[in-house]
Design a binder for this molecule. Structure first.
Ligand code: ZN
Length: 165
């Protein structure tokens, strides 16, 4: 038990109903889990993900969003009302705003459409932000996928796969 050898990284929303090990029926040691509200990327998240890829050699990163996400809903509300939330919640909303704007530009006005767009954009942003991860994807030693999970049905839908352009 001196080392860990997880087969996947799950980078998901912090929502209390999205406990990765439970919804995917995983055991101890199976998954390296990183979570933030709305799976928003920041330096600590990127550092954790880079560690999983470069030190633990995990071959798969799953970006896990879900329907009726509170962080995406708060961002949709902020964009539509022009009223930003206070404190560091604003920081989350600012980082989700590009996904909401892209959705609205495509006439997709439902929160769950925005959730799918946000999972896709998070995968793109992850590859743009991290040289370590984009190099690992380029070398085919890891893959990054985006998944939208439906809490009520317990179903996961693949919404994007990493591809270096
Ligand atoms: Zn959420």
């Amino acid at each position: 038990m001196g080392t860990q050898n997880p087969f996947a990284v799950i980078f998901g929303c912090s929502d209390s109903r999205l406990a990765a090990e439970i919804i995917f029926d995983l055991g101890l040691g199976d998954a390296f889990v990183v979570r933030s509200a709305g799976h928003v990327l920041d330096a600590a998240v990127l550092g954790s993900l880079e560690y999983s890829v470069s030190v633990l050699n995990v071959p798969l990163i799953v970006v896990l969003g879900h329907d009726n996400c509170g962080a995406v809903t708060a961002t949709k509300d902020a964009v539509q009302t022009g009223i930003m939330p206070p404190g560091f919640i604003r920081d989350l909303v600012e980082r989700i705003t590009p996904s909401v704007l892209t959705s609205l530009h495509q006439d997709k006005t439902e929160v769950n459409d925005m959730v799918v767009e946000h999972a896709r954009q998070t995968v793109d942003r992850l590859l743009e932000s991290s040289q370590v991860i984009s190099a690992a994807v380029g070398a085919s030693s890891t893959a990054v996928i985006g998944v939208a999970y439906r809490l009520g049905e317990g179903r996961a839908q693949l919404v994007t796969e990493s591809a270096l352009l």
